[in-house]
Design a binder for this molecule. Structure first.
Ligand code: ACO
Length: 372
């Protein structure tokens, strides 16, 4: 039987920090409100493209696994904020790292994109289609954010991480997962201004306004992640006591608290990054996984539960059995170029670029198929 072990990991966090105090300079919000409702204190704003972050994370993950890029058979790029639609973004990473023998694809399930990508790569390895894959979770939300909407602008950040997955005959890597989509709730989170529904009506791509029903998402996300976690544990014959670490999607500290307590796992077994990075969508889980390894929180043979949700509303929970190695085989000197502006200055630049005066009618109009 072939399994797909995670043998390399690497993150790339943009250095510019946007604090709650920064947000309070142009939004009617406060550090007290944001911390008490979400657990977030800071998030990052990228000064480079998502592809550039992904290239650095990829090189670090490959060095960690002791692999050359030419040994990759597959790159899966999980994201909903692609730099380009055509050509696909994974091919940009492939070209930059020199993975000349790889196939490359983009996969978008919003915040769960990394985990669905991990499933895709694992399934291809387990069925013999490929033997070695790079799975990326990356998001550059800052250019697509409606920075004048306090309901959403305080919640998100940019970031990236990648893992290397390799064929093995040991029972390692993803040993089970539960995937689903609460499509009846898809209207609870919609970014108006990304896609042809909007550009066909003259809206500038990226000039966004967000439909966002935070309380409904909160409720459905907790239900969905608890059900998925229970289902995957049952499928794999494990109990909450067997879980060594939970690395959840980090959209809100209160959501995480509700999910793990209902799943029967104590908070001491949860890896948290939400305070420092906010919700980085697809990058959230792989960055937390990489930091859990850096901090020595994943021991050889550990059983790790990864519950997540994303717009759609996609939900999932993965169980990963870690291998013997929890330290990198090597390091890469790849790094981002220095940042010249503060995070707040970059956000103000994005706000200035928005051309809402010209496109509001298109954004607020009905979606073509009202039921969508
Ligand atoms: N600062 C100050 N006040 C705010 C802010 C803000 N940034 N944002 C909203 N408020 C106000 C609201 O306008 C509301 O005011 P009102 O009562 O006068 O109308 C008040 O605060 C209370 O709002 P609630 O909705 O009750 O706040 P709640 O406790 O539900 O927290 C939150 C809101 C944090 C958004 C929560 O519902 C949540 O976390 N939801 C899910 C998170 C989520 O969906 N994340 C993204 C999902 S996408 C993904 O990860 C795939």
């Amino acid at each position: 039987m072939t399994y797909a072990a995670i043998t390399g990991w690497g993150k790339c966090m943009p250095p510019a920090v946007l604090t709650n105090a920064d947000l309070s300079t142009f939004l009617d919000t406060s550090d007290e409100w944001i911390v008490s409702r979400t657990g977030m204190k800071e998030r990052r704003v990228s000064h480079v493209s998502a592809t550039e972050m992904a290239v650095v994370a990829a090189k670090r993950a490959l060095a960690c696994a002791g692999l050359d890029a030419k040994e990759l058979d597959l790159i899966v790029y999980g994201s909903c904020s692609n730099d380009e639609q055509v050509p696909n973004t994974a091919s940009g990473v492939q070209s930059a790292i020199g993975a000349t023998k790889a196939a490359s694809m983009d996969l978008n399930t919003a915040c769960t994109s990394f985990l669905y990508s991990l499933t895709a790569a694992t399934a291809m390895i387990r069925t013999g289609v490929v033997r070695t894959a790079l799975v990326i979770g990356v998001e550059i939300i800052s250019p697509f954010m409606d920075w004048d909407n306090r309901n959403v602008a305080v919640l998100f950040g940019d970031g990236c991480a990648a893992v290397v997955v390799q064929a093995t005959d040991k029972r390692e890597g993803v040993i089970g997962e539960q995937l689903g989509c609460l499509a009846d709730a898809r209207r609870t989170l919609r970014v108006r201004g990304m896609g042809t529904l909007y550009t066909n009506r003259g809206v500038t791509s990226g000039d966004t306004e967000w439909d966002f029903d935070g309380q409904e998402i909160f409720k459905r996300a907790v239900q969905g992640m608890v059900q998925a976690s229970q289902a995957v544990m049952k499928k794999c014959g494990v109990t909450p006591d067997d879980i060594d670490l939970v690395v959840p999607h980090q959209a809100n500290l209160r959501i995480i608290d509700a999910v793990v307590s209902r799943s029967g796992v104590p908070m001491e077994k949860v890896m948290l990054t939400v305070e420092r990075y906010g919700n980085m969508s697809a990058a959230t889980v792989p960055v937390a996984l990489a930091e859990a390894l850096e901090e020595g929180r994943i021991k050889p043979g550990a059983l790790v539960l990864l519950p997540a949700f994303g717009a759609g509303l996609t939900v999932c929970a993965h169980l990963v059995r870690w291998g013997d190695r929890v330290t990198p085989l090597g390091a890469s000197d790849a790094a981002l170029p220095p940042v010249k502006k503060t995070a707040l200055e970059m956000v103000q630049d994005i706000r200035a670029r928005k051309v809402k005066a010209h496109s509001h009618a298109g954004l607020h109009g009905p979606v073509f198929i009202e039921e969508m």
